[in-house]
Design a protein around this ligand. Structure first.
Ligand code: NAD
Length: 293
């Protein structure tokens, strides 16, 4: 069993750290929020008051933080403190450029580091069924895998540093586009006199079928467990989707890749933000499309 530092015990981090404790690892936790610290302590972690204290004698450091700017600051503190024996795993969703720079900064001290963003949400974090998309060297990835298996079900090595973030933002850009397209189709069907259930029965077995329709239908009715049947309570918020779409557009600009539908999706989710409705589930974009926002 290993001694692991866990930095960032918010909605996602707390479930992940709890699973590491349950698997018998010793988890040293650090967060800037008192609420997160209390939750970590209740979950069986040892809570410390400084990053320095958390990372100094551990074999692995795991981060689950809100954005690239924060990861940059925390990562600099960690790298200054640890030796080349310690492995660093960043599970936060951040921009590709920062992810690559952090791995390069770690490498200057011969520290193995991977980016390992996740999908699966708060439910997946609590259940230990997350999908991890990893970028980094083969060696760093194979050292990390044993820990990721405790927190997730599907673990992928996507290639070199930053490729985990690439997989994550490209997947979520596609998800945003699918969701908006699915909303448009259900809304048009209804306006033309075809009810949601009938359209679902036909389209879910025809070529328009997609995950946003069959697992997460944005029209109330057809998929019982979908947020559309609970007034679009999240789930995965529109704010989180907007964060990932912005990361995708920034990356597309720097790679000079053409993503007109990704760009349009970002603009539409930013309307949810302007309307202060971005705490709804991302399938709540249906309300923007059908005029009920
Ligand atoms: P969150 O805001 O609930 O948790 C982040 C935690 O980091 C908070 O407890 C915060 O206090 C802490 N923190 C902030 N600055 C810190 C610092 N300098 N040092 C230590 N701790 C600090 O966010 P979350 O929902 O847990 O998401 C975390 C990451 O996972 C994000 O990058 C997000 O995009 C990604 N993600 C979230 C979901 C989801 O459904 N919530 C799904 C997939 C990926």
């Amino acid at each position: 069993m290993s001694k692991i530092a866990f930095i960032g015990l918010g909605n996602m981090g707390i479930g992940m750290a709890t699973n590491l404790v349950k698997a018998g690892h010793e988890v040293i936790a650090f967060d800037v929020s008192d609420k997160a610290k209390d939750a970590a302590s209740s979950a069986g972690c040892t809570v410390v008051s400084e990053i320095k204290e958390a990372v100094k004698t551990v074999e692995v450091v795991i981060m689950m933080l809100p954005n690239g700017k924060i990861v940059r600051g925390v990562c600099a503190e960690i790298i200054a403190e640890i030796s080349s024996k310690t492995l660093v795993i960043d599970c936060s969703t951040i921009d590709v450029a920062t992810a690559r720079e952090m791995v390069a900064a770690a490498a200057l001290k011969n520290i193995d580091m991977i980016d390992a963003p996740v999908s699966g949400g708060v439910g997946g974090a609590a259940a230990g069924t997350l999908t991890f998309m990893c970028g980094g060297s083969e060696e760093a990835y194979s050292r990390a895998e044993v820990y990721l298996r405790v927190m997730g079900k599907n673990i992928f090595h996507a290639g070199d540093a930053g490729n985990g973030q690439v997989a994550k933002i490209c997947n979520n850009m596609l998800l945003g586009i699918h969701m908006i397209g699915t909303c448009e189709a259900f809304n048009l069907a209804e306006k033309l006199g075809l009810d949601a259930q009938k359209f679902y029965d036909i389209s879910s077995t025809a070529s328009g079928q997609n995950w946003s329709m069959t697992s997460y239908c944005p029209a109330p009715g057809p998929v019982e467990s979908a947020p559309s049947n609970k007034n679009y309570e999240p789930g995965f918020t529109a704010a989180m989707m907007l964060k990932d779409l912005r990361l995708a557009q920034d990356a597309a600009t720097s790679a000079r890749a053409s993503t007109p539908l990704g760009s349009q999706s970002e603009a539409m989710y930013s309307l949810m933000e302007s309307a202060k409705k971005d705490s709804l589930d991302f399938s709540g974009i249906m309300k923007l499309i059908n005029g009920s926002l």
